[in-house]
Design a binder for this molecule. Structure first.
Ligand SMILES: [Cu+2]
Length: 273
């Protein structure tokens, strides 16, 4: 019976690794069509690969530990199966040397990751992009999370937010390609999380806090905006889209959206939920 258990436990690392390898290579059962769209990362649309690099580094580190412990577990179940193992049982009070090793080794690995990712963290969270003059780059727009939509507000001609010439849009973010995009994010009610999977940007939106995210899109195209924080019954439908377009198209879109806003009639029924 012990042999059956050992084989069963061996399937855990095998299936676990298979899940990842199949997802990475788009093989069954993780392929497109089997469980919906491809299960691995959405396309990377920013110039900065550091998040993916860190992800793979940590995946391979934890993967090696996962495979290692899975194999050790299998070997012990196989080797010390009570039905076939005639050696008497030995009770041990532990091994001091082993304990030191398995305390120090993870500590060193964690410390290495902490130091190794410091620059990536600073670039993603602390070093705000600067203008050509060296000033802090003002946000392109403000995105406000609200149950269950993203309200987006662009400054108008005057370049300032919260003035009468602002442009307001819903769930439909436009940004220019090939430049550093800074977005101010805030919440109008509860915790949300502003997640742009293709830009590798994810930031909790905390009520009462004004925060900024930035990224540098290098590919034109449309991708998702997702709320990554369970924020209420309608959380699943709190999604929008981000369109990365060239400068000319951006200006065209902005003028058209602004013209549409100025000529639309106010309809109180639209305000109702
Ligand atoms: Cu939300």
């Amino acid at each position: 019976m012990g042999r059956v258990w050992s084989i069963l436990f061996l399937t855990v690392p095998i299936l676990g690794v298979w899940t990842f390898v199949a997802a990475m290579n788009d093989w069954w059962p993780m392929s497109e069509g089997a469980f919906g769209p491809g299960q691995w990362f959405p396309a990377l649309d920013v110039s900065n690969h550091v998040i993916d690099h860190l992800f793979y580094l940590i995946l391979y580190l934890t993967g090696a530990v996962f495979i290692g412990t899975g194999l050790v577990l299998f070997w012990f179940l196989w080797r010390y199966d009570a039905a076939t193992n005639k050696d008497p049982v030995v009770f041990s009070h532990g091994s001091h040397a082993l304990e030191v090793v398995w305390s120090i080794l993870p500590a060193v690995v964690l410390l290495f990751i902490a130091i190794y990712q410091m620059d990536a963290w600073a670039n993603a969270r602390m070093r705000r992009p600067l203008t050509a003059e060296g000033a802090v780059k003002p946000p392109l727009c403000r995105v406000s999370g609200r149950q269950f939509e993203w309200r987006i507000q662009y400054p108008g001609e005057d370049g300032r937010l919260d003035t009468p010439d602002d442009l307001h849009v819903l769930n439909d973010l436009y940004v220019p390609v090939n430049e550093e995009v800074v977005i101010e994010i805030e919440s109008l009610d509860v915790l949300h999380s502003f997640f742009l999977p293709n830009m590798r940007v994810k930031q909790d939106v905390v009520p009462g806090m004004r925060q900024y995210v930035w990224f540098h899109p290098v590919k034109e195209g449309v991708s998702d905006i997702v709320c990554a924080e369970l924020c209420g019954w309608g959380h699943y439908k709190m999604r929008g889209q981000i369109s990365v377009v060239n400068a000319a198209e951006y200006d065209r879109w902005f003028s058209a959206a602004y013209a549409a806003q100025e000529t639309s009639a106010y309809d109180p029924a639209e305000e109702e939920e």
